[in-house]
Design a binder for this molecule. Sequence first.
Ligand code: ADP
Ligand code: MG
Length: 506
Amino acid sequence: MNNKFLMPLYLLKDHMNNLIKGEKHDWEMVIGLEIHAQVKSNSKLFSSSSTKFGSSPNSQVSLVDAAMPGMLPVINKYCVEQAVKTGVGLNAKINNYSVFDRKNYFYADLPQGYQISQYKYPIVGEGKVTIDFKDGTSKDIRIVRLHLEQDAGKSLHDQNPSKTYVDLNRSGVALMEIVSEPDIRTPDEAGMYISKIRSILMYLDTCDGNMQEGSLRADVNISVRKPGDEYGTRCEIKNLNSIKFIKQAINYEAKRQIEILESGGSIEQNTMLFNTSTGKTRPMRNKEEAHDYRYFPDPDLLPLEISKEEIGKIKSSIPELPDELKNKFIETYKLSNYDASVLTAEKQTSDYFNETINSDSELKNHAKIVVNWITSELFSLLNKNNQDLINSPVSPENLGQLIKLISTNEISGKIAKDVLEDMFSSRKTARQIVDEKGLQQVTDQGEIAKVIDEVIAENPKMVEQYLAGKDKLLGFFVGQAMKLTKGKANPKMLNDILKQKLNKKN
Ligand code: ADP
Ligand code: MG
């Protein structure tokens, strides 16, 4: 028997979709992400300075953040709780005991000469997150660890032609570094993984998720291999702050590596930078130049011990997370896994859906329609107008009313699209617009039949062709009849009556 047919379906899918064709072989990408998420907290990890974004340079720098001699760091309990909360949200093991280490390196924006981080004993251990594909399947990405560390300052190279300035506002801000196993296989999966992490953190309220402001950014590790081979040598692309760039960088880097390997070369383990204007990666340093950070436990800080009780207390304060909410939506409204995951990806979307579907008791029976109107029609209008769901000109109640008009056959779905656009720009309700413009659907059999008779009488040649077997012409007749009713005829009735009348001619 051919073994291929015994392969589990998800593997077959892997083989069909996830490989890149090289000149000589098929190649598979192996990707692992190190995500840096800024802890949502008013003050820094070891000082009471503000973390507010966008303040004037060096206005939020305490003596600790500036590494003045003799200053001592004091751990911010709230940041620790935020990290624990995040660990719980990532289905991960929370470690009762963790240690802050000094990671030593020299850089102008790092006045201490070392970064306080966690190395051997991170606060959070192994966990996993699930990503959902459009075809209904899903996949777990394993998390190796989450550790707490402080951010560095920022060098400003564009303020003066011959000088670099340093802004220490960011120095000492708490970061969570979330490290994945190399379980990711495609740029899309990488995008889905970081979106999912972002979503969980935002539901937890432990990170604001603002990638543009750098609150969430990732180092991407990537290697390629022939399917079934051992992992290859990886390169690490530093500091990417958008999903688009992450995907572009992976695609470019994979191709670069494949070209080298196929021409007989080997991959050097490099740290790379991604140029967002050219879409190319270039080496920043190679393994030989890699830092020896000389980690050692920070003598100014005691090991961090968290009791079971404290962890329990934090656990009980965790809000409903996207996966739980997703399962609830699937169960309550019989939605597909994918629809439910799209709805729960962002808290504002699940809130909007909840408000819409609860605005009228009838709508619970039309959940799929509600999903479609939010995720395709409303989203595309918001996109086109560069607006956010939070400030949507169409309220959940008003969208609910529009969907009710469709479900009770008062207006057709097609006309409803125009009504939604009108609602969006005029901020009127669906009811107002339908009444003002007289858009109610025509459901009078006689009226529809009359229009169809007209169309049939006006197009004898087409009728002949249709009857001779050119079935496609049905659409033409429907279109003509719709035109005459200004799009208001009930589509199902129109189709039924049209078919009846045409078939009678046979
Ligand atoms: P380091 O401590 O040197 O950064 P880690 O083992 O912590 O190395 O790995 C860092 C990241 O690289 C992790 O996210 C991991 O999943 C990823 N990674 C490890 N090996 C590979 C590989 N062969 N190809 C792609 N990514 C990898
Ligand atoms: Mg690393």
